[in-house]
Structures are given as structure tokens and as C-alpha cells.
Design a protein around this ligand. Structure first.
Ligand code: GLY
Length: 569
């Protein structure tokens, strides 16, 4: 009876509620003609961007637009993010203050250091799929804080376009279809997830199929009515705890009750006359974007030939990621040294680089005052800005595609697998090939280390750029390259984001290169000793800047747009 009743409620809602969302621009590319008058929002998905723009049109500001877009992404881009995951939000408020809101997942109270170790060996299957992989989600709590503090509309308003799209459905795009196909075998382990993403024959839904999510719509509508209490203290927490208990999980309703966002002091660094504001630990993003920029500050970046620049960048990335593996973790539990972003430390590291040959980096460096001067205690990015001076950068994720693959029956919410971002055993690689040590080991209530790097750039105390990316550890290197391309090389924002990317993360000792890079440059890099690994695409960046006339320029990752249009034509 319950499903029929739910359907009835949804139909009624659909007929009388006159949802905010209209599909006038569904599937069309941006930008909106009126973006400059009211503000701008950039996401990876046109429906989410449209929802954000409609929030502006309904009297909202960049905070409302960003939260609306993020909640809509949880419906139309649910392989990447959703309320079952976590988020880092960096805000430049209209009054000039900046805030880093940590909505990262938390390990459950019963989590333990070796919870994924079986017979002496870590089992990544357990940290990546199913009940034990899930951390307590934080994105909804972060969005509520954001909108309560600076939005002009309500959280309930921000949920409506997502609710509406869940009921009406939307055509699955190529990227979404591809992701379902890749993890279909894992999805089959979970009946509620299978009934959502597989057809009657148990085969993955494909491009152009309409995805309707009535349970998720109901969850959104209940949060709209009851507030986040429904999620953290109400039926959602109870249903999840029950499912966990019956399916080998350790999450309890108390874990949901105990979840808290944290307001943290952003990481500040100065580069080329700009103030770069980044996200502090438990993200490694802000720290290593700053560390890499500090190192680049000792090099004549503007005058380097492209191949030389890639070589030096790769050597710098390698040193930063070696430090990441050793030093970084949740600062409430581990001692993360501030010295990593000390410019003198950067100078010492740069001095170890050979301009013509690859050098072997055997281990992490030793930042100054590392024992006393500490930080206090498959992903998507939303950028938004308005004329009042609110600039927002939200990076939000379920971790890998469709997270743990678990949908708790009756909720429609996909749960993250963020526990895999902990170091599940020292030296054992996670889904992104990243290794870690004690600083990032599992403990109850601790937050797993992240690479998410929401970033805001100021010039003369005024915001000029907000950006961030998706793609695990490549997030850090994408953000750095977008900054170098704009701030050093003077590229317009669209070219800066489209330009070919490289990525090095120390371990494995490989230089990832996009196939668009010219063969001569690749040969030169090999000649210097780099072991190259081709990738068609490295990541997905969203950014908003301003042009020479003071107008907003909003960029959604061209690689993703291209993938979707190429396969849809
Ligand atoms: N789950 C990817 C990250 O946070 O870096």
C-alpha cells in the first residue's frame, strides 16, 4: 500500500505545487543571456545550472543559486554527488569575510583503524562497496548552514527543482549511462539501487532513458517540510540505521544525530599579486594548491616553453603528493604542519628539482616547525557569484561513481563510499591509487582526507575568480593548472579550462598526460625521463570569472559538454 500512497502524494504534488522548474532550457547549453545582470552559476549539468539561474530569477542570490544547483545535481548527476555524500563549501560573503564550511562525511562511532583488514590484509572491496564503505553524510547540513546564514530564499525553495525533476524524470546523458554500465555488477548487489538504475531485465538504463526517482522526490519533499531534522534525527536516519543493522553496517541513528559541520579557517596564499583562498584540512586541496603555487613562485613560469613547464609542474606535483601521503589527515585528529605552505620550504623543495631530468622522490619532505605549528583543529563542483559580492565554491561528492552503490530502500538516496578516502592500511592505495599513513587512519568521528579544492581568488581584496574541480587527486592539479593558465599565462577563462592537462601524484610514479598534448612535447617529456600514461580526459573543472568589462564569465567543463554532445549527435 505504501508505494501506492507515495505515488498518490507525488502525483498530487506534481499537479498542484506548480514546481519552480520548467524545462524550457533542458539540455541546452549555457550561458544565459541575463547572467551578467543577476549573477552566474556554473555546473557540469545544464538542468542543474538552469535551476540555479531560476533561483536568481526568483529573488535569490549566489548562495541560493549554488545550493539549488547542488541539490539539483543530486538528482540529475547522482553518480557524482547527492545528499548521501559530503561537501566542502568556500564562500566569500558580500561583507568581504571568507568562510570554509566543512560538510565532509564522518566515520561512524563504531569505526576502527583496521575495520577493513581481513586476515592481515586490507580489503578495498569493503571500503568501496556496501554498508561499511559509508561515512555519515554532511552535504545537506552544509547547505542548510549556508542558506540560513546568507541566502535570501529557504532550503525548502532550493529543494523544489530537484524534487520536481525526480518526479518528472530526465533523459540520462552519455556520461551518466556510461557510469551505470561500468558499475552495473556492483549495483546488482543492492535491490533498491537495481530497481532505480537497471531495467526490468536487470540491464543498465541507457542514454536517453528517462530516470524517474519517486522515492528521492519524497525524501526531498520531506526535508523541505520538516527541515534537515528529517535527515539527521528523523525517519531518514532511522531507516538508514535499520538497513545498516540488517546488512552488516555499523552506522546508527546516533551517528546521524551527532553529525556536525565545522567552520574552518581557509588557507591563504599569495601568487602573482593575487590572494588565493583555499580549503583547509581535512581537504588536502587548499594546502597542496598553495604549496604547488609557492614552488611555482620561484620559477619563471611565463617564459617557459610548454614542455619545460609541464616537466617542472610534474616534478613539483610529485613533491607535493609525497607530502600529502605522509602529513595530511583530519586536523582534529592528526598533526598537520602549517610549514607545508611556508614559502621557504617551497624554495628548498624547488632546489631539489633538475630542470632537464626526472628526479626520484623517495619520501615526503620535512616542513619547518612540523611538530609545533599545526593547522587547527567522482565528485562535482558548483561555482556561483552575484553582483553583491557573494562568491561561492562548492565541491561535493559521493566519492566514486554512485558511492557505495547503496540506496536505502524507500529513500532514493545513494550513499557515499567516502570511508575509502581513509588510509585503510598504511601504504595500501585507495580507489584513486593514493596512499596514506597514520595521519589519515580511521578513527570514530574522524573525517577522511580529501583532494577537493574549492578555491576563490581575490585581486585588491575583490573576488575575481571562483573555481574547483572533480576527479579525485587530479582536482588539485586541475585547479593549479587553471590558475597558472589565467594568472601567469593570461589566457581567457574558457581557454584556461580547455587547455591540455597533466597530472602527477608521486605514487604511482607516472606522469598522466591528456592525449591532446602535441607529440613533440610528449617526446620531450619522455626524453627527460618521465614515464607517460595517456588519458583522454583528466577531470572536470567549473569556474566563474569576470571579463575586462566587469561581466561574469561562467565556464562548465568543455570536456564533459563535448562527451555528451558527441555521443548524442
Ligand atoms: N572523494 C574524493 C575526494 O574527496 O578527494
Amino acid at each position: 500500500m505504501q508505494p501506492l500512497f507515495n505515488l498518490f502524494v507525488l502525483l498530487l504534488y506534481f499537479l498542484i505545487a506548480n514546481p519552480v522548474y520548467s524545462d524550457s532550457a533542458a539540455g541546452k547549453n549555457l550561458p544565459y543571456a541575463n547572467a551578467n545582470e543577476i549573477g552566474a552559476v556554473a555546473t557540469v549539468n545544464p538542468l542543474a545550472t538552469q535551476a540555479g539561474m531560476e533561483a536568481f530569477e526568483s529573488g535569490g542570490n549566489a548562495i541560493d543559486a549554488a545550493v539549488t544547483a547542488a541539490l539539483t545535481l543530486g538528482v540529475v548527476d547522482s553518480h557524482n554527488s547527492g545528499i548521501g555524500g559530503g561537501a566542502f563549501v568556500l564562500v566569500h560573503w558580500a561583507d568581504g569575510s571568507v568562510e570554509a564550511i566543512d560538510g565532509r562525511e564522518m566515520a561512524p562511532g563504531a569505526a576502527s583503524r583496521d575495520m577493513f583488514v581481513r586476515n592481515g590484509k586490507a580489503d578495498p572491496e569493503l571500503s568501496q562497496t556496501g554498508a561499511l564503505a559509508v561515512g555519515i553524510p554532511g552535504s545537506l547540513a552544509a547547505y542548510q548552514h549556508l542558506i540560513q546564514k546568507g541566502g535570501k530564499r529557504s532550503l525548502s525553495d532550493a529543494l523544489q527543482p530537484g524534487a520536481s525533476l525526480s518526479i518528472k524524470g530526465f533523459p540520462i546523458d552519455s556520461v551518466f549511462a556510461n557510469r551505470i554500465g561500468r558499475v552495473a555488477d556492483k549495483i546488482r548487489q543492492f535491490p533498491a539501487t537495481s530497481s532505480l538504475l537497471l531495467d526490468d531485465e536487470g540491464e543498465p538504463l541507457g542514454r536517453g532513458d528517462i530516470l524517474v526517482q519517486p522515492d528521492l522526490a519524497l525524501t526531498y519533499l520531506k526535508i523541505a517540510k520538516q527541515g534537515v531534522e528529517y535527515f539527521y534525527r528523523g525517519d531518514f536516519a532511522a531507516l538508514t540505521a535499520k538497513w545498516m543493522h540488517e546488512n552488516g553496517g555499523i552506522i546508527t541513528a546516533d551517528d546521524f544525530r551527532n553529525y556536525q559541520i565545522k567552520s574552518r579557517r581557509p588557507v591563504d596564499t599569495y601568487y602573482n599579486g593575487y590572494r588565493i583562498i583555499g580549503f583547509p584540512p581535512p581537504s588536502s586541496g587548499g594546502v597542496h594548491v598553495a604549496q604547488i603555487l609557492n614552488m611555482l613562485g620561484y620559477l619563471p613560469v611565463k617564459s617557459l616553453a610548454t614542455g619545460e613547464r609541464y616537466h617542472l609542474l610534474a616534478e613539483i606535483m610529485k613533491r607535493a603528493f609525497a607530502d600529502r601521503a605522509y602529513w595530511l589527515g583530519d586536523p582534529d585528529y592528526s598533526r598537520v604542519p602549517r610549514g607545508i605552505i611556508d614559502p621557504d620550504y617551497a624554495k628548498k623543495l624547488v632546489a631539489t628539482i633538475d630542470p632537464v631530468r626526472v628526479t626520484t622522490v623517495k619520501q615526503h619532505g620535512m616542513p619547518p616547525n612540523h611538530d609545533v605549528d599545526l593547522f587547527e583543529k567522482h565528485t562535482t563542483h558548483v561555482a556561483a557569484a552575484d553582483k553583491q559580492g557573494n562568491w561561492v565554491a562548492i565541491t561535493t561528492t559521493l566519492n566514486t561513481s554512485f558511492g557505495s552503490k547503496v540506496v536505502v530502500p524507500g529513500t532514493g538516496v545513494l550513499l557515499n563510499n567516502q570511508m575509502d578516502d581513509f588510509s585503510i592500511q598504511p601504504g595500501v592505495a585507495n580507489a584513486f591509487g593514493l596512499i596514506g599513513q597514520e595521519a589519515n587512519s580511521i578513527a570514530p568521528g574522524k573525517r577522511p582526507l580529501s583532494s577537493m579544492s574549492p578555491t576563490i581568488v581575490l585581486k585588491d581584496a575583490q573576488p575575481v575568480l571562483t573555481l574547483g574541480a572533480a576527479g579525485g587527486p587530479t582536482i588539485i592539479t586541475q585547479v593549479v593548472q587553471a590558475l597558472v593558465n589565467t594568472l601567469d599565462l593570461g589566457m581567457p577563462l574558457d581557454e584556461a579550462v580547455a587547455a591540455s592537462r597533466i597530472h602527477h601524484q608521486w605514487s604511482p610514479d607516472l606522469l598522466f598526460v591528456e592525449t591532446s598534448i602535441h607529440q613533440d612535447i610528449l617526446d620531450a617529456l619522455s626524453g627527460k625521463g618521465h614515464v607517460l600514461k595517456n588519458r583522454e580526459h583528466l577531470g572536470s573543472t567549473q569556474a566563474i570569472g569576470i571579463d575586462e568589462n566587469g561581466n561574469f564569465v561562467s565556464i562548465s567543463e568543455p570536456r564533459i559538454q563535448k562527451l555528451n554532445t558527441a555521443r548524442e549527435n
